[in-house]
Design a protein around this ligand. Sequence first.
Ligand SMILES: *[C@@H]1O[C@H](CO)[C@@H](O)[C@H](O)[C@H]1NC(C)=O
Ligand SMILES: *[C@@H]1O[C@H](CO)[C@@H](O)[C@H](O)[C@H]1NC(C)=O
Length: 318
Amino acid sequence: MRSMLSTLFPLTLAGSTLGATYNIAKSTEGNAFFTDFNVIAEADPTHGLVNYVNLATAQSQGLLRVVNGNFQLRPDSTTVLTNGAGRNSVRMESAAQYDNHVVVFNVNHMPAACGTWPALWEYGPNWPANGEVDIVEGVNGVGPNSMTLHTSPGCSIPASGLAMTGTVKPGDTNCDTSVNGNSGCSVASGFSNAYGAAFNANGGGWYAMERTPSFIKVWFWPRGASNLPSDVNSGANTINTSNWGEPDALFPNTNCNIDSHFGPNNIVINLTFCGDWAGQASVYASSGCPSTCNDFVSNNPSAFANAYFEIPWVKVYQ
Ligand SMILES: *[C@@H]1O[C@H](CO)[C@@H](O)[C@H](O)[C@H]1NC(C)=O
Ligand SMILES: *[C@@H]1O[C@H](CO)[C@@H](O)[C@H](O)[C@H]1NC(C)=O
């Protein structure tokens, strides 16, 4: 019955995933990162070997700075850690919250070292009641990029048949945080250069996320992509996502009421180490990384000298 319906009414599905035009709501570049985002010095809920520092410490230690107009976020790369102490790093969250919106990240470089777990993502208060959208995430520098939703119960995605370049990870169709060890509903990028060393070697790229009541989409365009939309390239004040083509990840509302599972969300930029994902012994070992995650991160500060985000700008449209 389901397949008959989709044969008879293909336009209904296509129509539900159309984009729209948006106007700029917030453009953050250079020193504006220090005011548009708050630095949050709290414990990592995913048990990382990290010590999130406050703004003053981050600036005095050079963990947050603007270089040639580009904002950089990096961890400590000089201290050998003892007694289970975490490596100094930064987590920052947008002061503003957004419901339906588009966010575009222009990124030159990301952390890719063994033990790193960087992310560009969004979540809302009273987690997971207002949802979480992970736009860029991975561990130990190993791709592909993971794009994931984490929600309260009652939200899932189809295992296949979605119009996107990425692929749903086997078994990861339920977005509910209380099942599957909170893997969420997760899509592996179809681009080999959307994460890690390959991303950096290509000079970075652009990530965009569009959230509407009908879908959540994530796009990636590597530097030099021939299909890069002109409004993304120029950071235009008005964008039209209808022209952006097939996304890397599509989360439709077919088995998920997006309005009821997602509320006001803050944009987050964070870099943690080891912990629940990067530090899992089997994950760490299969990444081709030496020793154990905690040992490596504790004893090899210089391995993190290049484990930084460089972000020329972040723009939000509504
Ligand atoms: C960093 O980001 C990831 C993104 O998914 C998140 O799971 C993890 O909890 C974050 N670390 C924090 C909050 O310190
Ligand atoms: C947005 O792009 C679509 C597809 O090209 C087009 O049909 C529509 O008119 C555009 N909207 C605006 C306001 O330009």
